[in-house]
Design a protein around this ligand. Structure first.
Ligand code: ADP
Ligand code: MG
Length: 254
């Protein structure tokens, strides 16, 4: 069964887009059929995967506004196991029209039925600020992966997110669950542990993945080059961490 995972986190800059691109790439390198859906008008996942505007005619905005079929907006990448549904600034306009009618948050979930069983993993990147699109991305998923850093997050943000999950489950009758917490841009396990203690997050300790993503200059370089970090330097600490993390997540779902 396809695992649909939305990358969430309420603060900007926690590495949602970096994680969406590099987790999707890692799954693909393990020969898992993966679809990366960019649900953020900033289009970072699209851009950082090397997809250019002239590579496609339809994007997620075309799908959500009913101008294209889901499959017409799926772009093949150079990796045979990785497809991408791109996003651009026009997604903001499409979203503000759709946001006028309640219930439209379920639209991406409904469209995903068109590719049911075709992928092992669907990874959805979502915007940072709480909006119709974050709601849409979360409603589409069965699982939520929360990105955290030892700098940005607080216990309050995390509990807000838990409340949002509850509200979405209730409002749209969907089985959304927490797939766990991934720490990004961290130096050591010890620092993560003392952050968890300081932030009063001890009750969520068991939800934190063993793998964490180090702060690695190779991420910045891969963003500049517009390629996933594993295709830039597979031996880099970040590429190795994302590969380990994909393995750990795959094991979590087994
Ligand atoms: N592990 C990392 N190592 C180094 N830089 C990182 C790492 N993760 C994220 N960054 C930097 O942080 C910026 C914000 O990350 P991004 O994925 O866009 O966050 P979000 O999507 O949550 O807003 C990126 O542009 C990148 O420069
Ligand atoms: Mg982002």
């Amino acid at each position: 069964m396809t695992k649909i995972i939305t990358i969430a986190g309420q603060k900007g800059g926690t590495g949602k887009s970096v994680t969406a691109v590099n987790l999707a790439t890692s799954f693909a390198l393990f020969e898992k059929y993966t679809l990366l859906i960019d649900c953020d008008p900033q289009g970072c996942s699209t851009d950082w995967s090397g997809i250019k505007a002239f590579d496609y005619n339809c994007d997620i905005a075309s799908v959500l506004s009913g101008r294209a079929k889901f499959k017409d907006a799926v772009v093949k990448t150079e990796m045979s196991f990785l497809d991408i549904m791109p996003a651009g600034l026009n997604l903001s306009q499409a979203a503000s029209k759709l946001a006028k009618h309640s219930g439209n948050e379920k639209i991406l979930r409904l469209f995903l039925k068109d590719v049911e069983g075709e992928y092992d993993y669907v990874i959805i990147d979502s915007p940072s600020s709480y909006s119709f699109l974050t709601n849409t991305a979360m409603t589409a998923a069965d699982w939520l992966l929360v990105c955290m850093t030892c700098r940005h997050n607080s216990v309050e943000d995390f509990h807000n997110l838990l409340r949002t999950i509850k509200n979405i489950r209730k409002a749209h009758d969907v089985p959304l669950k927490l797939a766990g917490l991934l720490f990004n841009r961290c130096e050591t396990k010890g620092k993560i542990q003392s952050f968890i203690k300081k932030q009063n997050l001890s009750d969520v300790k068991k939800l934190v993945y063993n793998t964490f993503i180090p702060n690695d200059y190779n991420i910045k370089q891969s963003i500049d080059l517009k390629i996933p970090v594993a295709l830039h330097d597979i031996k880099s600490p970040a590429a190795q961490a994302y590969l380990s993390f994909a393995k750990e997540m795959h094991f979590f779902f087994k």
